[in-house]
Design a protein around this ligand. Sequence first.
Ligand code: SAM
Length: 243
Amino acid sequence: MDNLKTNFGKRKVSTKLKTKLVQDVFTNVASNYDLMNDIMSFGSHRLWKKELIDLMNVQEDENIIDVGSGTGDLINLILKLKKNNNIYAVDLNSEMLKYSEKRHKNKNVTFVRANAEKLPFNNSSIDKYIISFCLRNVTDIQDALKESYRILKPGGVFYCLEFSSPESSLIKNLYNQYKKNIIPWIGSKVAKNKEAYKYLEESIDQFPSQKKLVLLLNKIGFMNSNYLNIFNGIVSIHIAYKI
Ligand SMILES: C[S@@+](CC[C@H](N)C(=O)[O-])C[C@H]1O[C@@H](n2cnc3c(N)ncnc32)[C@H](O)[C@@H]1O
């Protein structure tokens, strides 16, 4: 029997099963993913993503990887910059990638089906690494961070946009109620999948706090790791440098 090593939401499962269960979630929600994001965040996820891209200060010809790229919102924003970047849209889920491929018929975008924990990219080959609302779903976060470090060039930058921990206890309480009651309800009505959105709440609760993620990044070897809170820390952007 597999060892029970990790969490899928509140359930203890083997690492292999977790990867499969997470992928089942995304296969099931792929067709409603964009609509659900707009409804659940009242459209704010667009602002958060725009803020991330602005922070990245993308330069001409940079190699950029978007891991857990999903339906490709960030790819869209990068293409709009018209900086002739080589963009790699990586995701483990072929359903999610399919939506992105339909959306982006651009010669500068390469679609790659791969796990964040084992990326088919050469050492020191990428200028900017992005992982947006994906790290929380990865079975072994440390392995994914090590891979990001390995493929970044010296001077390369890591960016993670993810749900995090609000600073104010009032906002935390309101947000907890929203996550626990409203999100699964919207999931059941719109995506007809309450369980997937229950998993969303549980995975957010289990994700390391802003400060813990900084420690993890430093442990891997990143320098000047820091974060920026958005909406009081409901969401945060971590930035770290490979020197
Ligand atoms: C919540 S979506 C985020 C999509 C997009 N980045 C965004 O910000 O809207 C998470 C994505 O990560 C992908 N994913 C989950 N675990 C992964 C893994 N281990 N490796 C690569 N992609 C993964 C899922 O298939 C899904 O497309």
